[in-house]
Design a protein around this ligand. Structure first.
Ligand code: ATP
Ligand code: MG
Length: 402
């Protein structure tokens, strides 16, 4: 494969192609995300939208910035909505005879003369005034390839390589398909408030919901001096890693210490985690309303710990009116770990800094809490909780990430 051949990429998107009248909104979001990502790279870029196709054109910039194929591909693989990235050679229509030569030259510089595989030429005509129809182009170019390269064989059903030739405003030749992340362009599906801890699960949950087109704000509950500055830094680092996919994140840091101490002092210890989680949800929902979010996102997974049994979820869920998205709810830990490795959060998530959930844990937390009992014990906090919540909101420190 010869990367030097390419200064244009064909961007393929599937799901957003089927959105009827809203389609242009999705395409425009994708175009603007691609343009924004390219702004961070050296070189000069133009994103060109034509019906059903988006092209990214790359060149070196006048100030000496050099376009780098690998950097561009890496950036594109982080943009939700992109299904395939195809480096293409763009050429003009100079007749079929010339096209034969161009396709043969393309193959030679990509794979050399001796490459052995099966192939199929696949022509699409975006304009119908080309003198040959698609099948005639396929047959003619296929023959040119077989004449030029003795180790090639045609396989029309499952070829190793498709030689794609698209005849449109220009002629586009390509054989390579690089996988994009799929999903929907961020921002086309509203906004969610992610409860982001320093663990493995919540960054993955944020990534997954964002992949459905949702932009993300986040909240982290901090409990100094029981939790350290390094634990907070870990969460900031995780937010930064996922922001490569989700786009900019406003991360709210809320001081949760006094609420935790009050719960510890006044409520039964086997219910600490559940009651603490209920207050996290309440505060997160308050922030969600204030920041125009449509709902909350957590990394909860059924049965993983005592606070995530089905009946525990009943208790944490009932304090919210907004929808709570739990994309990992039916995932096994190993599957979550695999995603976190793929998106690059795993190594940071496993750093051993304490989390506020682990400071005040009971030896034997309830696994089957009754909502009525929890509600009743929560009233032990009635005298102090309003003041504590108001104080917690005052500590809200917003860090802009990405
Ligand atoms: P994670 O790996 O995401 O920390 P976990 O398996 O440790 O999850 P819990 O500690 O029970 O599970 O937390 C469940 C969910 O609650 C987390 O996925 C996260 O969304 C939220 N959460 C827990 N602790 C915090 C915190 N300190 N700040 C913000 N959100 C939190
Ligand atoms: Mg955790």
């Amino acid at each position: 494969m010869n990367k030097k051949l390419f200064n244009t990429f064909l961007i393929k998107y599937a799901e957003i192609g089927i959105k009827g009248n809203n389609r242009y909104l999705f395409e425009d979001a994708l175009v603007s995300h691609i343009a924004a990502a390219m702004k961070t790279l050296p070189g000069h870029y133009n994103v060109r939208k034509t019906p059903g196709r988006i092209y990214l054109e790359c060149e070196n910039s006048k100030d000496g910035g050099v376009y780098d194929y690998d950097k561009v591909v890496n950036a594109l693989t982080h943009i939700f909505g992109i299904v395939h990235i195809c480096p293409v050679v763009v050429t003009e229509d100079e007749g079929q005879e010339k096209l034969r030569e161009k396709v043969v030259d393309y193959w030679r510089s990509m794979y050399g003369d001796d490459y052995s595989c099966t192939f199929k030429v696949f022509c699409r005509r975006g304009r119908k005034n080309y003198p040959l129809n698609s099948m005639e182009v396929d047959a003619d170019l296929g023959e040119a390839m077989l004449d030029a390269f003795p180790n090639l064989k045609v396989d029309v059903r499952t070829p190793d390589k498709f030689v794609n030739v698209e005849i449109r405003d220009h002629i586009y030749i390509y054989t390579e398909n690089i996988d994009g992340p799929g999903g929907m362009p961020v921002g086309t599906g509203g906004k969610g408030m992610l409860l982001l801890s320093g663990g493995i699960d919540s960054p993955v949950a944020g990534y997954m919901v964002s992949k459905r087109g949702v932009s993300i704000d986040a909240v982290y509950f901090n409990a100094p001096p029981y939790t350290s500055e390094r634990a907070k830094q870990k969460v900031i680092d995780l937010a930064r890693i996922i922001s490569a996919y989700t786009g900019p994140i406003n991360l709210h840091i809320i001081n949760f210490t006094d609420i935790q101490l009050a719960i510890y002092e006044k409520c039964p210890h086997d219910e600490l985690t559940i009651i603490m989680r209920r207050f996290m949800m309440r505060i997160a929902e308050h922030l969600a309303y204030e920041n125009s979010c449509h709902g909350l996102i957590t990394g909860e997974s059924l049965g993983q710990v005592a606070s995530q049994t089905f009946s525990s979820l009943v208790s944490t869920n009932e304090v919210c009116t907004l929808p709570v998205l739990r994309p990992l709810i039916a995932f096994d830990k190993q599957d979550i770990v695999e995603i976190s490795e793929k998106i690059g959060t795993y190594e940071t998530s496993i750093l051993p800094y304490e989390d506020c959930c682990t400071i005040f844990v009971a030896k034997h937390p309830v696994t089957n809490p009754s909502v009525h009992v929890i509600r009743k014990h929560e009233t032990n906090l009635d005298d102090v909780i309003e003041g504590l919540l108001a104080k917690a909101y005052e500590t809200d420190e917003v860090i802009h990430i990405g």
